[in-house]
Design a protein around this ligand. Structure first.
Ligand code: TXA
Ligand code: MG
Length: 313
């Protein structure tokens, strides 16, 4: 692929970033979960360029980002559950997989030919402003090369994709730090644990949430194992080790949250995995302290399990 100059833009250059999206260029932008790699979701050439820049297999569909409920309703059918969840949690770290509506106008590359589309309305204020200004649905996977750790800063984006994308809009580190929770409807079920805790979804639905997380037959290909992988070997649920990523009282080289706060741990997770990866020398292992399976702990353990999974090559 031709090497591009990747512009680093600040919040004052928001209008320029929006114009670049409208012109079919690739612009990475912050959301409250992770940085996304955005393109106009109606523009087949721009969407194809996302897959090329990431080295992402074209059967793995993208999430479409919108600024308003009106935009979302033009793309997909909302049943009762979908409407209730959107009302309760948008804007926020929730993606809904919904049946496509006729005349949606999206490139078929976005949905990888499926008859459903994943939609999300991010809460990060600059992301909301960018989507409103660009005035188009924006396809955006996490802004990292396929199979690597998602970026939570503009520097992470540049480390992975510099020269392959047109610009990065920098608005500091992401507050949540893990990708959105993905829920499909009819029947309502969890496809990927993420930045919105399952407990909050179940409280809003008034019933337990079914799970559809089978890693061998993924409904969300992000469920495939050996994802989010640092280059070193990773071992979970360790109490000690030479290279140790701690949590709470189980301390280490770094600690995800000395006070045992799962929100702080999620926000630190990907940046600390990158830092640990840099500390590793050949053949070394990154040991990780146990993280409780409640709240954001589900998403943290999910990402760590993938980081520790056998490499597919
Ligand atoms: O927080 C996030 O969700 C970030 C930010 C940038 O929005 N995006 C993100 O995108 O994590 P990505 O591409 O890394 O993960 C999207 C996941 C993939 O696992 C994909 O398979 C799934 O969403 N997905 C997309 N469309 C789908 C569909 N129609 N049915 C099932 N899964 C879908
Ligand atoms: Mg991703």
């Amino acid at each position: 692929m031709a090497s591009l100059d990747t512009l680093l833009l600040g919040p004052a250059e928001l209008a320029k970033a929006a114009k670049m999206l409208q012109a079919g260029q690739l612009v990475a932008f912050p959301t409250e979960t992770v940085y996304g790699l955005g393109a106009d979701a109606r523009n087949g050439g721009a969407v194809a360029a996302i897959y090329a820049a990431k080295g992402r297999p074209s059967f793995n569909p993208l999430i479409v980002h919108v600024a308003t409920m009106e935009q979302a309703e033009a793309l997909a059918h909302f049943d009762h559950d979908a409407r209730a969840l959107a009302h309760a949690f948008w804007p926020g770290p929730l993606s809904l997989v919904l049946p496509l509506k006729d005349g949606h106008g999206l490139s078929s590359l976005v949905t990888a030919g499926l008859d459903t589309v994943a939609i999300r309305m991010p809460a990060q204020p600059l992301a909301g402003d960018l989507l409103a200004l660009a005035d188009c649905p924006v396809a955006a996977p996490s802004a990292n090369p396929s199979g690597q750790i998602s970026p939570t800063t503009a520097a992470h984006v540049l480390a992975g994709l510099s020269g392959r994308i047109d610009a990065v809009l920098d608005d500091g580190p992401c507050e949540v730090g893990v990708e959105s929770t993905i829920v499909a409807t009819a029947p309502v079920r969890l496809l990927r644990p993420g930045g919105l805790p399952v407990e909050a979804l179940e409280a809003a639905l008034g019933r337990p949430l079914e799970q559809d997380l089978n890693p061998d037959m993924p409904s969300a290909p992000g469920q495939l194992t050996s994802h989010y992988a640092p280059s070193a070997r990773v071992r979970l649920n360790q109490l000690e080790g030479a290279l140790m990523l701690g949590f709470g009282p189980i301390d280490g080289t770094l600690n995800l949250s000395p006070s045992g706060d799962l929100h702080e741990a999620a926000a630190n997770l990907f940046a600390m995995l990158r830092q640990m990866d840099e500390l590793v020398s050949d053949g070394n292992t990154i040991n990780i302290a146990p993280i409780p399976m409640i709240g954001l702990g589900l998403a943290i353990n999910d990402r760590l399990t993938r980081a520790a999974a056998p490499r597919l090559g």
